[in-house]
Design a protein around this ligand. Structure first.
Ligand SMILES: *Cc1c(COP(=O)(O)O)cnc(C)c1O
Length: 357
């Protein structure tokens, strides 16, 4: 399908202060839009960024058929715009779509749209190290109907916005033993809007206790560690890297997968198994809990400074003593900047031939 392009007549770029970019509040000049009806996707197009006009009975607003992706475009040191593992995001969007009974979006069109959109708005990609153009593909149900059933029409859109270097002060996590994020058989593995709404209240309670974010435990026994906020979690215990397996209750993070592959390619053992909070407590008491970190597109790596669990607050070693998390962050940042050789084929430079006038 050909993407029809309508360029904006003026750019808002001169109004943007690239030295002060609040995360998630600045949006680029263009967006990609495509509509689904009569059983097919129609009219893929890039248009000037605009508001959507929605009927009050738009189904996504009531019954939650809304899914999204989060990824980043960077600019290499030689000025080439670059995407990181875009096919994997396209595929994950479709896995979320299946779970929410939404139509799949053609993965090649997803990548094509992304390349063209980032190309047109490449002036919006911040140059400073660690900055990027955040990309938000979204799909919503658009039938105007009251009643619980799958919508027959959908809108898929992609918009972008520049984000500054995500300074990550280490985060403190509260291991939650009252509320849950996801149960086996639920929607935890989908990037579905409703998952995040349900997490807000318990996260607020954790913040009132003085913790930044939640460390989710399994829904049945409050024993097995799942993930944290919008990050997968890793632990380094006694020189071994451990992360919970993809059991259907956690998101299959692109950063998680990249970290596992990078470490394994260097001969470092990474074990994917249902690690319990008790094991982390035990390692803490034994003095073998070396690192804990969250992994996700936004920050790549967020060091965990403390974990609260029941009456215990485990204070982890200072970041200066950590080896694994700073290393994997440097490799992924380097791949994005084009300074680390990409032996995996993860980076997709957007070449000048794809330029559209
Ligand atoms: C997006 C997300 C992640 C991280 O996925 P990446 O592909 O690495 O950005 C982890 N957990 C949840 C719940 C998420 O929404």
């Amino acid at each position: 399908m050909d993407i029809k392009i309508t360029k904006s007549l003026t750019s808002r770029l001169p109004e943007v202060d690239f030295d002060n970019l609040p995360f998630g509040r600045t949006f680029s000049d263009h967006m990609f839009v495509c509509d689904y009806y009569d059983g097919a996707w129609h009219n893929p197009r890039i248009e000037p960024f605009h508001n959507l006009s929605l009927h009050p009975a738009t189904m996504a607003l009531h019954y939650g058929q809304a899914i999204f992706e989060g990824m980043k475009a960077s600019i290499t040191n030689d000025g080439t715009p670059m995407l990181f593992r875009p096919e994997r995001h396209a595929h994950r969007l479709n896995q979320s779509a299946v779970r929410l009974c939404m139509p799949q979006f053609p993965e090649d069109l997803f990548v094509d749209a992304l390349c063209k959109l980032v190309n047109i708005d490449q002036g919006w990609i911040p140059q400073a190290a660690g900055s990027a153009l955040y990309v938000r593909p979204t799909m919503i149900a658009t039938d105007e109907f009251i009643g619980v059933k799958p919508s027959q029409s959908y809108k898929f859109f992609i918009f972008t916005g520049p984000v500054g270097p995500y300074y990550t002060k280490p985060v403190s996590l509260w291991a939650e033993t009252t509320y849950i994020r996801a149960a086996m058989g639920g929607t935890g593995a989908a990037k579905a809007a409703g998952n995040y709404a349900g997490a807000l209240y318990p996260a607020q309670l954790a913040q009132e206790r003085g913790f930044d974010q939640l460390l989710w435990l399994d829904a049945k026994e409050f024993k097995y560690i799942q993930e944290s906020g919008t990050m997968n979690v890793f632990f380094v215990i006694n020189e071994k890297v451990i992360t919970p397996p993809l059991s259907g209750t956690i998101l299959d993070g692109v950063t998680r997968d990249s970290i596992i592959q990078i470490l394994r390619s260097e001969g470092i053992t990474v074990e994917e198994y249902p690690i319990t909070i008790d094991e982390v407590v035990q390692a803490y008491h034994d003095g073998t809990l070396q690192e804990a970190f969250g992994a996700g597109t936004a920050a790549v790596v967020s060091h965990v400074s403390e974990i609260g669990y029941k009456d215990l607050v485990m204070v982890l070693p200072p970041v200066s003593e950590r080896k694994i998390a700073p290393h994997v962050k440097a490799v992924i940042d380097g791949l994005r900047a084009g300074t680390v050789a990409d032996k995996w084929g993860w980076t997709m430079p957007i070449m000048a031939e794809e330029m559209v006038s």
